[in-house]
Design a protein around this ligand. Structure first.
Ligand code: AHR
Length: 500
């Protein structure tokens, strides 16, 4: 029997809300159709942004949005996406399906979307095919308040006031689609490009994100930090605020990937075992970061993560459109628990991608919209945002699944908010077994404030025909007595319990 002991005094770091961040690229129907339909669309919208999608996203408290890529970022020339829409350049989206990109969603539209969502902004700049001048002028265009050519251009395009750029990524995957660079070369370019990401508003400095490793490329992490590290810890502040990491779960490997909906039990465990690998990555890259930045001033920014499967049959393979099952709910639950537990280092994470692409929280078809199992997990886990991690003890957890892909039956993370409410999120990874967990508070009695659950058959998903096959429900399979809280987690479930 598993036992979870919680001590409300054993506080760790703050779970930065940005850990629950999102990513949206100019890719397939992620932005166009999925979010932006244009002012003249029959689909209800505000300034071109779908009202249904924005309202749903507000409910999961999207803290930050990364844009415009991804691989697209290192081919994006921001001036193509400003000014009169009728005159904007039409370009080919070489990475994603070779389709026409009409640039109708550009800088102004991105900030309008973030305004409607009430979220922070994370712009990813172009190092691979862009110049330093281009990057520097983009920052000037977005953030400079005084008299300058770019501030004037922004005003001419209808926005006199500058916007706030919270995070700026200096390139994306520069080891691959962002220029196929070697780490020391990129490290030097990072030094150079970031110099011109000026802080025009010193009271609101832009946090600069250095392009980090792919999966377990520890050599990249080490060499980039080595190349950029003749700076003292103090100087790091404002020079590099974050280092990114990308990791996707491909059940059958990068080449084959595997179906989003058609998988057997072995593949279920293989997938979840690969999701759990995030912990190893965070810890090992974190150890390298510790040698250069022992005070943990540089955040680990996992700005692309999630399940990546073979695109749905009949859809453009370059659009990366995939369904989302209970298995994805578990990937999300497991991964977010890992990030919470490492929130002293992980300062932001951005699920790939917000709408209609990869492990999306929302899928759309014409005017229809559905919420995926992953959406419901983000909704339950929102209570961790801004809360303080609690250092818990979880014991007695059995290992389950086939030997090669065995996983712990349960994962957990726990936080306490400013009102003293404790949020525990638990995952049962088993396809068939219920799991019992006894929860004990070391310093007092437990009363349950709220309990919610997402669970189902491992293959369950929401479709446009059956949009509510998987929903978040009230969870009642627990009891409280003098010894504490006794929880029975159904198989394949993600549970949130809020306690006092
Ligand atoms: O999210 C899809 C792609 O995956 C991104 O464009 C790229 O950064 C990564 O390889």
């Amino acid at each position: 029997m598993a036992k979870l002991v919680i001590n409300r005094e054993a506080v760790g770091a703050e779970i930065q809300p940005e850990i629950y961040g999102h990513f949206s690229e100019h890719l397939g129907r992620g932005i166009y159709e999925g979010i932006y339909v244009g002012e003249d669309s029959d689909i209800p919208n505000v300034n071109g942004m779908r009202t249904d999608v924005v309202e749903a996203l507000k409910k999961i408290h999207v803290p930050v949005l990364r844009w415009p890529g991804g691989c697209f970022a290192d081919e994006y020339h921001w001036k193509d996406g400003i000014g009169d829409k009728a005159k904007r350049k039409k370009i080919v989206n070489t990475h994603w399906g070779g389709v026409v990109e009409d640039n109708s969603f550009g800088t102004h539209e991105f900030f309008e979307l973030c305004r409607q969502l009430g979220c922070k902004t994370y712009i990813n700049g172009n190092v691979g095919s862009g110049t330093v001048q281009e990057m520097s002028e983009w920052v000037e265009y977005m953030t400079f308040e005084g008299v300058s050519p770019m501030a004037e251009l922004r005003a001419k395009n209808g926005h006199k006031e500058p916007w706030k750029v919270d995070y700026f990524g200096v390139g994306n995957e520069n080891w691959g689609c962002g220029g196929n660079m070697r780490p020391s070369y990129y490290g030097d370019l990072y030094r150079r490009y970031q110099t011109y990401v000026r802080n025009y508003d010193p009271k609101n400095p832009i946090k600069k994100i250095c392009g980090g490793a792919n999966v377990d490329d520890y050599h990249w992490t080490k060499t980039v930090l080595e190349t950029t590290h003749d700076h003292t810890p103090e100087q790091f502040h404002g020079f590099m605020d974050g280092l990114s990491l990308h990791y996707y779960v491909h059940p059958e490997g990068w080449d084959i990937k595997g179906s989003a909906t058609d998988f057997d039990e072995e593949v279920w465990y293989k997938t979840l075992s690969k999701a759990l690998y995030m912990q190893t990555l965070v810890e090992r890259h974190g150890m390298i970061m510790d040698t250069y930045d022992p005070e943990k001033k540089i955040g680990m920014i996992v700005d692309e993560w999630g399940g990546w499967y073979t695109a749905e049959p009949g859809t453009n393979p370059g659009f990366l459109y995939q369904q989302n099952t209970i298995r994805d709910a578990l990937i999300a639950g497991i991964t977010l628990n890992i990030f919470n537990k490492h929130c002293d280092r992980v300062k932001m994470a951005n699920i790939a991608q917000m709408v209609n692409v990869l492990q999306a929280v929302i899928l759309t078809e014409g005017e229809k919209m559905i919420l995926t199992p992953t959406y419901h997990v983000f909704h339950m886990y929102r209570h961790h945002q801004g809360a303080t991690l609690l250092d818990t003890k979880l014991t007695g957890v059995s290992e389950i699944g086939p030997e090669e892909w065995s996983v712990p039956a349960i994962t957990e993370s726990t936080s306490i908010d400013s009102e003293g409410v404790i949020t525990v999120t638990l995952n049962n990874l088993s396809t068939t077994q219920k799991e019992n967990v006894d929860v004990e508070l070391v310093d007092g009695d437990i009363s349950v404030v709220e309990a919610r659950i997402v669970s189902g058959d491992i293959h369950d998903y929401n479709s446009f025909e059956q949009p509510e096959q998987v929903v978040e429900k009230e969870y009642t399979d627990y009891k409280v007595d003098a010894e504490g809280l006794h929880v029975i987690l159904p198989p394949a479930s993600v549970v949130e319990i809020r306690l006092k």
